[in-house]
Design a protein. Sequence first.
Length: 224
Amino acid sequence: MSTLALDRPQIERLVRAALRKHLPDVVRPPGCSQVPKLVANISARHCHLTHEDVERLFGPGRKLMPMRYLYQEKEFAAEETVTVSGPRQRVIPGLRVLGPCRKASQVELAFTDGISLGIDLPVRISGDHRETPGCWLMGPAGMIQLQAGVIRAERHVHMGPADAEHYGVRHQDRIHLRVQSRCPTVLENLVCRVDRAYKLEIHLDTDEGNACDLANATKIELFK
């Protein structure tokens, strides 16, 4: 009984061919650039706090306790939550605090949250508090009034330099998102936020994510 001996290059070609058939986006011929792993997440309502505001709301010496780490490095959903109140004297309890602490406190809500609270939410990039409304925040140890910093976060995509090069964009350029789902949708003008510390991740708020049925999407893609 004879056996067919295969040399190493033949074996490698056969393995690559099999992988391309079943995992076409994973194995690519030499010279082809690797398609970045594209992740899209719904960023539910939340807030960021300064260390001083953490102590005012939760008590002196209190530090945020990580409950679950997020996709971006060093960012986490904290065990701590607050209650937010607006002009209509309605409240949203259980607003999750995200860490680590920031230089300025900020509340990020969806448009429907703003309607409920009576806050006319401006669309802003995180950290841009110019001409933004405030609110009241209540914690177990106290209550504070934010004079500004309540926003609807502008739809955006975090990118590292290699991801930005792949899509042909720079920091603060705009790019579009196509979502294939039961509610196929194109969302235009996502802000590209490019930094060496970022992993490739799209952030939509709950209104946008629910509208395009992101949780059940079969395909997502970025395009210019």
